[in-house]
Design a protein. Sequence first.
Length: 217
Amino acid sequence: MTEYWPWWAGAAGLALTTINYAVTTDRSFGVSGAWDRVLNWRAERRVERVNAQFADAGVLAEALAAATADQFGAGSAAPARPTPHGDTRTPGPDVRPPAPTSSSMTSLLPAPLVTQAALLLSIFVGAWVAAVASGRFQLRLDMGDAFRQIVTDKPAAMVGTLFVGGVLVGFGTRLAGGCSSGHGLNGCGRLQPVSMVATAVFFGTGILVSFLLWKVI
């Protein structure tokens, strides 16, 4: 019989992982998003190179000023407005909105691609270390006795079922804008309404399907 961690130990581990990721990166934690970016690493690298050109807030401000001047003319100025004394004053050409700071710009950019790859690698390495440390590591091509009894005991059908299930999970996470880690752990922790609705839907569906499998079928 498989022995699991106490529920409170697992909950504390997930909470610490999520909080640490949010504090150190100031971004949402999500595994499906990491998979998507790593699989599309060529496009992500191009985006990172473009973002690196505007990493300096001053460079970005100058680029925006140049684009504005090119679109509206270098000598354009805001229309005159009356003052309490009756005269009109026109803001000088140097009146500009404050430029964004480097810290605010960095927090809006996606996490570096290398951190996403490290996250996925850590999941595999951590699972392997836990299995080896507990003496339960073994390579297998099935999902165990319970899966064979409830779903199928044919190897080809088992692989096909797992493949279709994986495709549906991937489609669902893209449609919902995140997976259980992104919505359930990080989104709900930040009290995001979309994440609360998504978490309620996939948890409710999981409970319903489990009930049908174990009680009805």
